[in-house]
Design a protein around this ligand. Structure first.
Ligand SMILES: [Zn+2]
Length: 138
């Protein structure tokens, strides 16, 4: 006879056997930047949190340079914040951030954010650590 306790234990076993990413996928949301304008500079104040969310702490430069290029300006990192020269609205920055995440972070095959950028010669490849997909990015 199956007791409720057995039933719950078997449910837990089934859950434990599922790969962790099954639960992570629904949790991922593209992070939105907090933006603060100061004189002729625009700060992304939660830069460190964004890098962590995207798992790009070691590739901060790629994202920073991408944003700077899109806004035709320069960027510097300072104490976990990113400073862009010029005045840019929160909407502009988040549109670029979202475009970046779609192109350089999310896997085209499985839609998960568990990718890394690998340089092969002069080509940059987005490699998905979840499903193994490899896509060349610009
Ligand atoms: Zn994938």
């Amino acid at each position: 006879m199956t007791t409720e306790k057995d039933y719950l234990a078997s449910l837990k076993r089934a859950r434990d056997n599922l790969p962790a990413h099954v639960f992570e996928k629904s949790r991922f949301k593209i992070p939105y930047a907090d933006v603060f304008k100061e004189g002729n500079k625009t700060w992304i104040t939660d830069w460190a949190r964004i890098l962590k969310t995207l798992n790009r702490e070691n590739e901060a430069d790629h994202l920073a340079k991408h944003l700077a290029r899109e806004f035709a300006t320069s960027s510097t990192e300072e104490r976990g914040r990113l400073c862009l020269q010029g005045k840019f609205s929160k909407g502009m920055i988040n549109r670029e951030l979202e475009a970046y995440v779609k192109e350089f972070v999310l896997c085209e095959e499985c839609g998960r954010p568990d990718t890394k950028l690998v340089k092969e010669g002069r080509i940059l490849i987005k490699v998905c650590e979840a499903c193994g997909a490899r896509v060349a990015v610009k």
